[in-house]
Write a protein that binds this ligand. Sequence first.
Ligand SMILES: Cc1cc2nc3c(=O)[nH]c(=O)nc-3n(C[C@H](O)[C@H](O)[C@H](O)COP(=O)(O)OP(=O)(O)OC[C@H]3O[C@@H](n4cnc5c(N)ncnc54)[C@H](O)[C@@H]3O)c2cc1C
Length: 401
Amino acid sequence: MSQVVIVGAGPIGATMALLLSKKGIAVKLVEASRDFKRLFRGEGLMPSGLDALEQMDLLGLLAEVPHRAIDAWEFLLSGRTLFRVDEPIEKNGKHYTTVVSQPHLLAAIIEQAETYPQFEFIQGEPVGDLLFSSDRVSGVKLASGQEITADLVIAGDGRNSVIRKKAGLKLTKLQNNLDILWFKLDSGVFAKSANIFYSILQGREGFGLFRASSGQFHIGWGLHADDNYDWQQVDWGEKLAATSPPWLAEHIVKHRESLTKPMLLSVVVGRCDRWSIPGLLLLGDAVHPMSPIRAQGINMAFRDVIVAVNHLVPLLTQSSADLSKIDAALPQIQLEREPEIIRIQKLQAQEIAQAELLHNYAFLRWGAKTFAPIIRPGIRASWLRRQKQLRQGVTKVCLVV
Ligand SMILES: Cc1cc2nc3c(=O)[nH]c(=O)nc-3n(C[C@H](O)[C@H](O)[C@H](O)COP(=O)(O)OP(=O)(O)OC[C@H]3O[C@@H](n4cnc5c(N)ncnc54)[C@H](O)[C@@H]3O)c2cc1C
């Protein structure tokens, strides 16, 4: 039976480790952080991600971890509702978009993996380097100096991947004019009302707001490359209230002492030309970092894992590993996954472009606000059309092993 080392216990690493362990494959999962809760981790799962969890037999775990469904999407421009769409937006849709506590979900998935004796979780130890044997990756070296050899290394170490750099794979960055400032705020009287994901635009500024799995409001403020203020000097309680419709402004003022300090989340978007070298496969943000727009990265990560597992399990369960067959399978995984990633990144860029138009042109904002009742059906229909692939995925992804 083969030995696999997985670097990073995010959505890629945790699910990959569990699915391989379930098939009897020996897996060592190495995670740098001591505590899942200390990193910022996105929460939004689209129907495509929920479907992937269901295929991995993990959807039932949601009952055990903090989560809540999104009930509707509402777009507000200068205090006026542009349009609203209820979830699930598909006729007879099976899944509502759902926010899930990622630290709890990852911990629950790893707990399942730990029931398999051939699984080992090494936590609080960053991988510092790759080991090579005759030009093939043969394992990893931890920052502590410990070396772990493997028939295959899988990197799921996220958008600042060390493994990508050590493997000499170049990330081509795609244009991204947006970073995010993240805040949390008590939801107070709204704690029991419908969970609406608001996209709020006031003048050139805007933010998204929803109730997260914890029940608190989470706020993602769009920081544009051309913003001419120092975000660290801003009174955010005041600025958020000034950008909000009256009901929300009142709430922010009332609960401003619960508003957390802004956390800057720098966004990286891009793709590598190659997702593998002999002995090493990169998946998820390590090889195609995703924008946070319309919550795609976790969903794409789960779908990467399903495709990779389909290709790898038949080879890794052989009594003795045929390394050349494993290496030959790695580019096939990229071939199957890349079209969806390219398309989804393009759709995310289109969503940002729409927001940028309103950010850049005052007359468009004026027109959209003034003529909202007339243009509402057209804008709503166009938004719905664009959401289909962002919600369902682009290619068919089925777990077959
Ligand atoms: C602001 C923001 C909000 C987002 N919101 C959402 C959302 O709501 N929904 C959504 O689907 N996507 C969202 N995304 C994107 C999503 O977070 C990522 O696409 C997704 O987490 C990628 O999963 P991953 O497993 O590839 O990497 P990550 O989730 O980044 O996991 C990588 C793991 O590797 C570990 N690691 C890193 N280096 C090492 C090392 N050297 N050794 C060992 N371990 C290491 C890290 O500690 C981490 O646990 C958001 C992104 C941003 C920036």
